[in-house]
Design a protein around this ligand. Sequence first.
Ligand code: FES
Length: 180
Amino acid sequence: MSSRVPLTYGRKVIELFRNPKNLGKIEDADAEALAGSLACGDMIAIYLKVDEGNGLITDAKFESYGCAANIAAASILTEMIKGKTLQEAWGISWRDISNELGGLPPVKYHCGVLAVGALRRAIRAYYEKRPKPEWLPKEQTQEEKHALEEEMLMEILANKMRSERHQSSTAQANDIERNE
Ligand code: FES
């Protein structure tokens, strides 16, 4: 008998997993960012359209390569930030996301952290070539670090996989040469 306990997602998580809102890419986004988790291999991309004049987020979309909580968290987050200023959106925490979703199982808290990390990285990307507002912290927040560090690890992993693939194709080529 399996000792694994099935995850109990709330109604809202399941509903947004099945019918996510704002799923897709904004081709002419004013800012975008990707956050990934090596722990689970999941990723979230966030796209923002911003009214330059008043800093309001006029549109937000996401792409998700992840679990049900990842999809639901990104979906609700994009709903929450539409119509908000970048500063207001910056203030959203993973707990706010979890509350809006009616709660996440503890093992899925990091799915909300990843969504916040992706959003904050997108907001930072927006200000890369613009004057930075005072409210934008100079140091990265935990959520951004979480995403960044793990993304760096993913790059290392991808390089490793590329080099393993290269080694295996070199070995195959050597085998072919030997058999000719
Ligand atoms: Fe990692 Fe959901 S299990 S984002």
